[in-house]
Write a protein that binds this ligand. Structure first.
Ligand code: COA
Length: 188
């Protein structure tokens, strides 16, 4: 296995192992986790997502890392980098995202993992900007975006083309952070 492994005080962000597939499928089948996403995934869909993520690491050198908790080795979910290329004004772009098992929400793990992923984006990949987007109703995800120094301008909001017109999740918010803003944020 090649590819970046990132360490934070409580987490390891690493490539995916076969033993992650079962706990990841459990997370992806949880309606609370998927409330602001596309809906619960079957085991087959969840496994296909792991394969897609691993292909991203092979092709691009980055992807959605498996987030493992150091103290017990548990797979908590993912945090990492993806690509947005669906015709919106800010595309193509590298985006950051996260998804954790609900029983570990509220402990700062998503923020901790995202800080490491952004550090890799700016210091390792030397990107100029990273974006994040979610349906505007997703308060928890938006709070992570704010905590890691991303900012939201309503002029960037857009309709997600993968939802039909009128769908309650269709209106999306876009958050951005540049390398310079990021360096200022971490220096504070
Ligand atoms: C989005 C998601 C990852 C956010 O998880 P989260 O637990 O709310 O976020 P964090 O891990 O950063 O934790 C922040 C909370 O922990 C608290 N916290 C405790 N210790 C902390 C620490 N060391 N550092 C930061 N926050 C800490 C914060 O005060 C905050 O509490 P609050 O929720 O009461 O305001 C989670 O809700 C999720 O997986 N949702 C489903 C998937 C999803 O929608 N993903 C986004 C798609 S775009």
């Amino acid at each position: 296995m090649t590819g970046p492994t990132l360490h934070t005080p409580r987490l390891v962000l690493r490539r995916w192992l076969d033993r992650d597939r079962k706990p990841f499928a459990r997370i992806n089948a949880d309606p609370e986790v998927m409330a602001f996403r596309f809906g619960a995934l079957t085991r087959r869909q969840s496994d296909a997502l792991v394969d897609e993520i691993e292909t991203s690491f092979e092709l691009r050198g980055f992807g959605l890392w498996a987030v493992e908790r150091k103290r017990d080795g548990r797979l908590l979910g993912f945090t990492g980098l993806g690509t947005s290329d669906f015709g919106a004004s800010f595309c193509p772009a590298v985006d950051i995202g996260w998804q954790l098992a609900p029983d570990v929400w509220g402990q700062g793990y998503a923020t901790e993992g995202a800080v490491a992923a952004l550090g890799f984006a700016f210091n390792g990949l030397e990107l100029e900007e990273v974006v994040a987007h979610t349906t505007r109703l997703n308060k928890r995800s938006r709070a992570v975006m704010g905590r890691i120094g991303m900012t939201h301008s309503p002029v960037d909001d857009f309709d997600a083309p993968w939802y039909r017109p009128g769908h309650p999740k269709r209106r999306f918010v876009l958050y951005r952070v540049t390398a310079t803003e990021w360096r200022e944020h971490v220096a504070r």
